[in-house]
Design a protein around this ligand. Sequence first.
Ligand SMILES: Nc1ncnc2c1ncn2[C@@H]1O[C@H](COP(=O)(O)OP(=O)(O)OP(=O)(O)O)[C@@H](O)[C@H]1O
Length: 489
Amino acid sequence: MASEGAPAAESKEWTLDPETEYRFELDPGTSLAIKLIRGHAEVFGAELAANKPYLFGSECKAAIFTWRGCVIEVTGRPSTEYVSDETPMAAYANLHIAFEQMRVRALRDLRGSPVPDYERDKPTNPPRVLVLGPENSGKTTVCKLLINYAVRAGQGWAPLLINTDPSEGGWSAPGALSVAPVHSPLPTSSPGSPLGTAATSAPTALSSNALLPLAYWYGHGEIKRNPLLMERLIRNIGENINDKYQVDLEGRTAGLIVDTPSSFASGSGSSDDRQRLIKACVDAFKINVILVVGHEKLNVEMQRAYAGQLTVVKIPKSGGVVDLDHLYRERVHNYQLHSYFYGQVIPPPAGISAASLGGETLSDLVLSPSSTVINFDDLSIFRIGAESMAPSSALPIGAARAVSETQAVAIDPAMPGSGLLNSVLAILAPPVNSDDAERYDEEILDLPISGFIVITNLDIAHRKMTVLAPNQGSVVGRTVVIGSFEWSE
Ligand SMILES: Nc1ncnc2c1ncn2[C@@H]1O[C@H](COP(=O)(O)OP(=O)(O)OP(=O)(O)O)[C@@H](O)[C@H]1O
């Protein structure tokens, strides 16, 4: 239900009935400001403050949902906008309540608090949830919503959000797998930062900007490129989480939520790889609930594979989820890498001046990268596995490959066709143990990322290259790994 008013030149007021949502889609280069005038509303679980314009840009597609009804003022011209009264929010809220009860039981057990009789036989594990579903089913949105509801519960929970979808990038760059504890609701403003923004070097004091992810570099968008490496990185993240839980017993009770790539559910990759990667997640994160978003066959498959061991729940897909095509996803990778280096600035639509972005003023999110010229020998550059590689299962019987999927191959920038120009390189964190006796062959696979650089020029004659880095810190002597992502301004 919509009613039109005209508070400003291009503004329009929408009156939303209880349990309805205003959905919009933006074209490239346009932006939208939404202000809550009356009532309460939320965007994917993050509550909107009243009378404060929220900016959306970079082809964002999202929805403003209200439980009790509200009036919002929308400034700007979305390519699509409508109100829907058919949403799966009641089902998602029920899920949240069930998870909240699991957290409370886990905390009560840890503190040794009295247990009411009717709860005596209930398990005391916190929710450790794996979200599976086909392409464009709204998996990331469900994860974000459940996390946002958990941190809004007022209990001080900081659940872990784990992104195992390398094509999405999460908090860093596309190609990375990452995990972060979430303390405050994740804002939605651009598909360039689908899970909120990681802490930056920009001067800002806002908690929404304080996500400190741990990330590993996979380097490709598709899991079929190197399922063995994917599996290893998933297990690495799991081990890190276990280490954290050993020292943060109360933190453990908030649980975790894992977003997965659509290729875990279906797609062109081998079914064995899919099963193996799902199993890797279940083991590494000690999953006790699998949510299957709107996919009957996968639901049955998961029930068969995991019944008895954990709970499998099929949840409805929202009618608002937008089908994203390949070209859109490529543009999103560009937005993501651009905001990694330059910060995220959404020009406000005409008529909005003092707009703020997720609570921060616009200028706070402007970053200044640095471009430096270094020698070829200043960086140790590696690729994991060969450049183009069929999976092991596709090799003729008895054939062995020259370069294994998890072998680090050194790259010489002077080599023609090195593929370095414009490529995104992940800078690896130095090994924790500098004792040579503790080093091992595949150590490079187990090191997390400390940042990204892009090679913007190669001068083979003088053996020099120009490197774009997010800050002035020297990258000389670092080990970097190339993937298949490229970026140029
Ligand atoms: N209720 C909604 N109204 C409008 N847009 C929505 C709604 N729910 C999700 N979207 C949008 O639809 C798009 C796809 O959703 P999402 O990324 O959650 O799906 P996914 O299943 O994780 O995608 P992928 O295929 O990349 O794994 C996103 O741009 C998201 O913001």
